[in-house]
Structures are given as C-alpha cells and as structure tokens.
Design a protein around this ligand. Structure first.
Ligand SMILES: Cc1cc2nc3c(=O)[nH]c(=O)nc-3n(C[C@H](O)[C@H](O)[C@H](O)COP(=O)(O)OP(=O)(O)OC[C@H]3O[C@@H](n4cnc5c(N)ncnc54)[C@H](O)[C@@H]3O)c2cc1C
Length: 513
C-alpha cells in the first residue's frame, strides 16, 4: 500500500501538485497590480501586505515542509473589511485562504500561489459572555484559551481544548473541528457550537444555526464545521459554555507494557465510565517529557495513562474507586492520585509539553493524526511498532486514548538522505492501518494538503464526488482554499488508490499512470 504512495509523495512535495484543481491563478505583474490596487481601496494601509519580506511569515502553517508565498496577505479588523476583500477576490477570480493562528498541522492554511491569505487574527474580540444561556459570542481570531478566560468569572469554561489552545483561534478550531484532552466527555468543536456567521466568497453574510439548541432546515452548521475553509469564512461564532466542575481528580497509572495500558483504556470505556480526559504516553514519550519538564512521570514504565475525572464530589469519588480497580486489574504497576490544582497541573503539564519535548529528541518529528475504534487500540499500537521496525524509524506515541485518536510521532532527520521520504511512507502506512482497522485518516488535525492521498485510501469515488458536489453547491468557482481537503478523482486515479467497489473500477475513462 505505501509503495505506491511513496512515489506519489516523493515527486509531489516540491511542486505542490495537489493544487492541480486550484481555480484560475493570477500570476502576472498586471494582475498583481490590479489586485493590490483593488485591495488598497477597501482596506487601511496597515491591513495589506504584499512585499516578499512581509509575506514570509505566512508561507506555511505548522506543516513546515510545505511552503508557498501568497500574492498578498490581508489583515482586516472587521467582518465588513473581510467581506470587502472577498468581493474583490471574487471579482478578480483570485483564490483566498483563510488563516487563524497558523498552528494547523495539515497544511490547511498553506497559501495558494497567486492567491490572497485572509488573516483573521485581528478580529479578536469576545463580544459577549451570556452566563444565563451559557454561551459566548466571539470573533474568529479569539484564541481558544481566551474564551475560557473570559468565561471563568462566571464559573464557566469552553470545553474543547487543543494542546495548542494558547495560540490557536476559534475560527481555525471550527474549520478543523478541533479536539483536545477533554473532548472524550464534552465533545469536539462541532458539539460545542450554537451558531456561526460566515462570509461567502461574494461577501454575503450567512447565519448558520441559532441561539436555541436546534435550527430548522439542513444542518449547515455541522457541514461548515470541519470544512477546512472551503465553504465559507467564519467571522463570528456562538459557542456553548459548561460549568466548571465542583471537583476534579487526575489518576496517573504506570504499566509494564503498552498492550496492558491499551487494554486498560478499553476496560475503562467498557465499564461505562466517562472520564473528562483519558490520555496515553509510551516510554519514549515519558522519558522525553520527564527530561523536559520534570513532572514526576515514572521513566521506567513502558506506558502511562492519565485519567481525569470531574463532577460532583460523590460522583468523582465513586468513579475514581472504579477506575482504580479497573487499572489495577489491567496490570497497573503504580497509581497516583492528584486532587490539588497544582498537582493536577503538574501531571498535565507533561502531556501538554509532549510535542516540544519530543522535538528535542531528534532533528525533526512528524506528527500523525489518525483515529480508530477504541477497542482496536492494542492491535493498532502493535501494528505501529511493527511498522516502525520495518521502516527503521523510531515512533513515540502520545495520544487521546479515550477517543481512539492516535498521534504517533515519527522521529527523524530530514537532512539524512531519503529519511524525509521514508518518514512520509511510514506516516501513510500508519494511516492506512487506521483505515483498515475501521478508523479514519484524521482525528482532529484535518486533511489539508497532507492527507489528500490518504483520502483516496479511505473513500470511494462516489463519496469523493459527493464532497466535490457540496463544494460546488457553495461556490462553483472553488476560490476558497482550492486544492485542499478533497482530492480530485484524477489524483486518486493517478495515485492508484481509488477503491474498487463490487469489482467495478470507478471512472474507467480516466487515464491511469
Ligand atoms: C503544538 C500543537 C498542538 C496541537 N494540538 C492539537 C490538539 O490537541 N487538537 C487539535 O484538534 N489540534 C491540535 N493542533 C492543531 C491546530 O492547533 C488546530 O488544527 C487548530 O484548530 C488550528 O487553529 P488555527 O487558528 O491555528 O488555524 P490555521 O492553522 O490558521 O488554519 C487551519 C484551517 O482553518 C482554516 N481557517 C482558519 N480560520 C478560519 C476562519 N475564520 N474561517 C474559515 N476557515 C478558517 C484555514 O484555512 C485552514 O484550513 C495542534 C497544533 C500544534 C502546533
């Protein structure tokens, strides 16, 4: 499976062939001048960047290995300015890529050559916290953490909490349907939204959802969530807030094998307990983290589980006793309890610092994001270990175990001949394993440009064509974030990974390479 991907990805990185279906691109000097002139007429001078040195910071997101300078970057302060930019781009047929904080890990905010990056970070007001209705109205550039900070005086918080929450924006969270430590109990971004205001490419403002819990018509709010900036630009979000729990306890359990820890996760879920967080780290991650933040993890353990329980006093005490019994029965060699806020923060600090900690262990790391049914954890982790040996590259695992959302982290050296390529093969082999195990090629980081080929592994041609049809229903011109999230059928055919359904090769008229 991964051999065919190898040749595809190897040839693709430098030229960004994934943009093959991009809309018409304005490349010549006259078009550039026309665009910059038109944008100048609708924006204050400090909201428009077009010199190469000013564009550089926007050439990539968290997936650094893909870079592309845009023609211009615009940084509006209001939704009206953003709408005016979209109207200009629509008129001139210039592609637009929305951008929040640029922390995305799948290349979603990577600029399109000849296109405009629409940075939303200056729209950063918390407009209102409504304690009575337990919701907040916020602009798209507000950081995830800032919402909880604004809600804290009311005893409330915004539950989805990506590890990047200090920097990432709610607009980016909506576009990626972001998850986090607490999503096992409180749901992903999509479960915590009431209403969105989005701009269409022609600058119209649509309101999707309602202040009430349900809205009439098709569920366009759900469709917009996770649409990776392809269907509209979020300019306002009304998010749900939840009461801060009366009591919180964190359990740290050490295990002598990854298998035992993975089986313990399945047992906790099967017992009907709903933890507020259930995370797992293997030995390489534990050692990296302990060396980095010294948070007291047992470095000799092959794996640790971090389990957070929250609720009223009695509920936490009862669940805690049950979880402890399950972990012990599953072979935990040690269990630590943390009740005080400082102790809990210390335990979570290790988990939250895992990516930078692992970043110190090798010149480069590549974070994979796949999801699987939770019951398959032991098998899939064994499979990942086998693939790691087969490819000769170390893989550390630190992930949202309770959600079945894996983040295998491949440690490598992009300077070593062939290692970047081998890393990408290994990443795709891991995602293919997730799909074979009944899971998906992304749990929370999105498809962007990174997983376009993997989408061909997961979806049949009719499904991919349905995705395209939805995109066309919004904008036939496809000027919003073109080339991202949904592969073309031709790409899948070329890649040779299109599913053969009931013996029928889809789109037989397409040339195969
Ligand atoms: C250290 C680290 C840890 C991370 N941990 C997690 C984690 O635990 N869980 C998780 O889910 N993710 C995680 N991420 C990934 C990333 O932070 C999330 O995907 C986040 O939602 C991206 O937000 P952003 O504001 O940076 O968006 P960007 O990267 O700027 O954009 C992401 C996508 O959203 C689109 N977009 C941005 N703003 C808008 C808008 N207003 N309207 C329409 N489309 C828009 C962009 O076009 C792009 O497709 C992590 C990243 C890092 C670097």
């Amino acid at each position: 499976m991964h051999e065919s991907l190898l040749s595809r990805r190897a040839g693709g990185r430098a030229t960004l062939h994934c943009m093959a279906d991009a809309a018409t691109v304005a490349t010549d000097a006259a078009q550039r001048a026309a665009l910059v002139g038109a944008l100048r007429r609708v924006l204050p001078p400090d909201a428009l960047l077009h010199r190469t040195e000013d564009l550089k910071p926007y050439e990539c997101d968290g997936l650094f290995c893909y870079r592309q300078l845009p023609l211009a970057v615009v940084l509006p302060r209001t939704a009206d300015e953003a709408a005016a930019v979209l109207r200009v781009c629509d008129e001139l047929s210039v592609p637009v890529v929305a951008r929040g904080a640029g922390t995305g890990l799948s290349g979603g905010a990577l600029p399109v050559a000849g296109g405009v990056v629409l940075g939303l970070a200056r729209l950063d007001r918390v407009i209102e916290v409504d304690a009575a209705d337990r919701c907040a109205r916020v602009e798209p550039g507000v950081t995830n953490l800032a919402i909880s900070r604004a809600a804290a005086p009311h005893g409330l918080f915004y539950a989805p909490d990506p590890s990047s929450q200090i920097a990432c924006t709610i607009g980016g969270n909506v576009a990626e349907n972001a998850g986090g430590l607490h999503c096992i109990k409180y749901g992903l971004t999509t479960h915590n939204l009431l209403k969105l205001d989005v701009l269409t490419i022609d600058g119209e403002r649509l309101t999707l959802g309602a202040d009430a819990l349900d809205a009439a018509g098709y569920d366009l709010l759900a469709l917009m969530t996770g649409s990776e900036g392809l269907l509209g630009v979020v300019v306002e979000a009304t998010v749900k807030l939840v009461p801060k729990p009366e009591r919180v306890r964190v359990l740290l359990a050490a295990f002598a094998s990854v298998d035992a820890a993975a089986a313990a996760v399945a047992s906790v879920i099967a017992a009907g307990i709903v933890p507020a967080g259930l995370e797992m780290m293997d030995n390489p991650s534990i050692r990296a983290v302990e060396a980095y933040v010294q948070c007291g993890y047992p470095v000799d353990a092959e794996a640790v589980l971090l389990c957070e329980l929250d609720g009223i006093d009695e509920e936490v005490a009862d669940d805690s006793a049950r979880v402890e019994a399950i972990l012990a029965a599953a072979g935990a060699t040690a269990i630590r309890l943390a009740d005080a806020a400082a102790e809990r923060t210390a335990l979570w600090s290790g988990r939250k610092a895992a990516f930078p900690a692992l970043g110190r262990m090798a010149p480069d790391y590549y974070c994979i994001d796949g999801s699987i049914p939770r019951g398959r954890l032991p098998d899939v982790l064994r499979g990942i270990a086998e693939l790691s040996r087969e490819f000769g590259l170390p893989v550390a695992n630190v992930f949202h175990a309770g959600d079945g959302n894996l983040h295998p982290i491949i440690l490598y050296d992009s300077g070593a001949p062939g290692e970047q390529q081998r890393t990408e093969h290994l990443g795709t082999a891991i995602l293919a394993l997730c799909v074979e195990s009944g899971g998906s090629v992304t749990g929370e980081h999105g498809v962007g440009i990174e997983k376009l080929d993997a989408m061909c592994v997961q979806f049949d041609a009719p499904e991919i064509e349905t995705f395209h049809a939805i995109k066309r229903a919004f904008y036939p011109d496809g000027l919003l974030n073109p080339g991202k999230a949904i592969p073309t059928l031709r790409r899948c055919a070329e890649f040779g990974r299109m599913h053969v359904h009931r013996g029928q090769l889809p789109f037989p008229h397409l040339e195969r390479f």
